[in-house]
Ligand binder design. Structure first.
Ligand code: ATP
Ligand code: MG
Length: 466
């Protein structure tokens, strides 16, 4: 049987796991949203810096177009207020990389291949992030008349400090969100799992006390209700099988007591009374042998019944069985054991699927009864027609008062007094037949005697039978 395995993750309680999953989901959402906000704000701030650079470049360009390049360069070198004013720094570069105008008090701006390409007119204007003199800046490079490029930079330290502030706020909010999610997740999981806890407590109590008590209350039709319904069904089946087992043990001990007592009495007589003559002694030993045989049969029958007490499908290998051949063999054997009775049979072929040994035992029990209750020389008729087996004898018949109970364990009818047996034969027949999905009944036969009728489902498969 396969059993559920306990994975390492389930060392945590279900409630803790649910809370963790909720917190994880909230954390992923919050972190994702924070990242989007951070990137969007950063983009907006940089756009502001870039448009500042652009307007400065536009001012210089319009001045250049009105007064000429030389005028602008002069102004820049003189560090004219309003043109090279901080925090913006400016530089005019030639296509060969030479710096034409670098205002005083200002670190030189980087002259890359891209900048030279703009000066040479091979590239359009561009903006990039760069580092000048250890400071992070945005750098705009635009064409500045023939053979020149104008570079304008502005530090982004303001933007960076704003972004750092934003990041702090987002981190704190995210942590708070996750913490709230853990607490709320635990609370919600607690409420959702309350019925599970109730179910668990009840089942644990059952396991500890071995007392099934009343069935679990089932309300609604959700998964838990289905679980409780199935659990109740399992418990009911277990309870039934347990009481059937108890009943069998009680019946068995009661039935074994009588033969054991008489065995003991006979043994005591044999051992204690020395005045017994040899003939009496021989008779006693003979009786003892017969009693032991009876006891052996009784124990074998009991074991057979106990083997499958809960009435489910018969154990043992199931196979296709030609019931007609099985019955024919059984008739021959019973005829040998009871030469005083005449068996006649008419057997149509019938294939059933089942446990051969069990079917043979059931058929033998029916034939044995018919022979046992037949008067000497009487006929027993065995027929298979369709999927129905009938065993009919010409004995005294079963008393109508006994009829409803002859299939019970240990039940022996009034006619059975003085005839050997323990009352288990028909109980075994019923167990086997029902275990094969069939039904058995007994009825008075027309014209006297008894008829036992067994119906078995035909095998659906028409494969080979042995
Ligand atoms: P066992 O089969 O265990 O040796 P048994 O034959 O007495 O004992 P069952 O086969 O279970 O027990 O039968 C139960 C009772 O039904 C019998 O004691 C008998 O009273 C009655 N009975 C069964 N078959 C017949 C029959 N063919 N004719 C008359 N009575 C029968
Ligand atoms: Mg019998």
């Amino acid at each position: 049987m396969r059993r559920g395995r306990v994975s390492p993750a389930s060392r945590l309680s279900l409630r803790a796991r649910l809370a963790l999953v909720a917190a994880g989901a909230v954390a992923a959402t919050v972190v994702g949203a924070s990242a989007v906000v951070y990137l969007a704000v950063r983009h907006d701030l940089l756009l502001g810096v870039d448009s500042g650079l652009q307007s400065r470049a536009t001012v210089l360009e319009s001045r250049r177009s009105r007064h000429g390049t030389a005028d602008v360069v002069r102004q820049l070198l003189r560090h004219a207020p309003g043109l090279a004013a901080l925090p913006t720094a400016t530089q005019v570069t030639e296509a060969d990389g030479a710096v034409l105008a670098l205002p005083p008090f200002q670190p030189p701006l980087p002259v890359t291949a891209r900048v030279r390409a703009v000066a040479a007119g091979r590239r359009p204007a561009f903006v990039e992030s760069a580092t000048v003199d250890g400071t992070a800046v945005r750098l705009l490079t635009v064409p500045f008349g023939r053979g020149l490029a104008l570079e304008v930079v502005r530090p982004v330290s303001g933007v960076e400090s704003e972004l750092a502030h934003l990041a702090t706020i987002l981190a704190v909010t995210s942590l708070a969100g996750v913490a709230i999610a853990v607490v709320l997740g635990a609370a919600v999981a607690g409420v959702a799992l309350r019925p599970v806890r109730r179910l668990t407590r009840t089942v644990e109590r059952m396991a500890a006390t071995r007392d099934f008590g009343p069935p679990l209350l089932v309300s609604g039709g959700d998964e838990l209700a289905r679980l409780a319904t199935s659990f109740n069904a399992v418990v009911a089946a277990l309870d039934q099988s347990r009481s059937a087992q108890r009943q069998l043990v009680a019946d068995a001990s009661h039935e074994l007591r009588t033969p054991l007592t008489s065995l003991r009495t006979n043994v005591e007589v044999l051992a204690g009374d020395e005045r017994l003559d040899p003939a009496e002694r021989l008779q006693l030993v003979h009786d003892l042998g017969a009693q032991l045989d009876g006891l052996a049969v009784l124990v074998a029958d009991l074991v057979e019944l106990a083997r499958h007490e809960d009435g489910g499908p018969a154990p043992g290998p199931r196979e296709l069985v030609a019931l007609d051949r099985l019955v024919a063999t059984a008739v021959e054997r019973t005829q040998r054991d009871h030469p005083g009775v005449r068996f006649t049979s008419r057997l149509e072929p019938l294939l059933v699927e089942g446990v051969r040994a069990d079917l043979a035992r059931a058929v033998a029990n029916l034939l044995d009864n018919a022979a046992k209750w037949s008067p000497p020389g009487a006929e027993v008729t065995v027929t298979i027609e369709g999927a129905v087996l009938r065993v009919r004898d010409r004995g005294p018949g079963i008393d109508p008062a006994d009829l409803p109970r002859v299939f019970d364990r240990f039940y022996r009818g009034r006619s059975a007094r003085g005839v050997g047996g323990s009352g288990l034969g028909l109980a075994i027949v019923r167990r086997v037949v029902e275990g094969h999905g069939g039904a058995v009944s007994a009825a008075p036969a027309a014209g006297g005697g008894t008829e036992l009728v067994v119906r078995l489902p035909r095998a659906s498969d028409s494969g080979a039978a042995s």
